[in-house]
Design a protein. Structure first.
Length: 163
């Protein structure tokens, strides 16, 4: 697996790749659950910096007939209310779209772990420029899962990303 970390503007403890991969596993399982429900296989989870799960979810646009329920928003909602999110890590199987990147920025989530960027390159460069720690894991399972979905559900995929 290739890994690359984008620069950060504020000193924070670095993201540990082994912990990040274990966090990604939870997001991947969420994506698989979404796929099993007939939805788009994108999963996410919000963790504390030490790896405690706060909330997990998956893209529910199809299941809930609601275009706003992306994986990251589902995980964020399930995490519940907090006063501060700077010490949290959003983990997603896919680079966050602009909508989800906005959520990360709005609530000052301190770090993002991304499973893959080959199928979709979202707003993570912008987040890194704003000081969010970004770790891209280039996970082959995440890449293959979404590539398979895109090839068999082309129209639904392009609806999801707004094209």
């Amino acid at each position: 697996m290739l890994e690359h970390t984008f620069p950060m503007s504020t000193p924070r403890s670095p993201l540990v790749p082994t912990l990040a991969r274990s966090m990604l596993r939870r997001a991947y399982d969420e994506a698989q659950a979404g796929l099993a429900e007939g939805g788009i296989p994108i999963g996410a989870a919000l963790f504390s910096r030490d790896g405690a799960l706060l909330g997990a979810g998956h893209n529910r646009r199809v299941q809930d007939d609601d275009a706003s329920v992306h994986a990251e928003t589902d995980a964020f909602r399930r995490a519940g209310r907090r006063r501060d999110y700077a010490d949290t890590v959003m983990v997603s199987t896919l680079s966050p779209c602009w909508y989800c990147s906005g959520l990360i920025r709005q609530f000052n989530i301190g770090a993002v772990v991304i499973g893959e960027t080959a199928n979709f390159y979202g707003g993570h460069d912008w987040l890194a420029e704003l000081g969010v720690q970004v770790l891209v894991l280039d996970d082959p399972a995440c890449t293959a899962m979404l590539a398979d979905f895109i090839s068999s559900h082309h129209d639904l995929w392009f609806e999801d990303i707004g094209l």
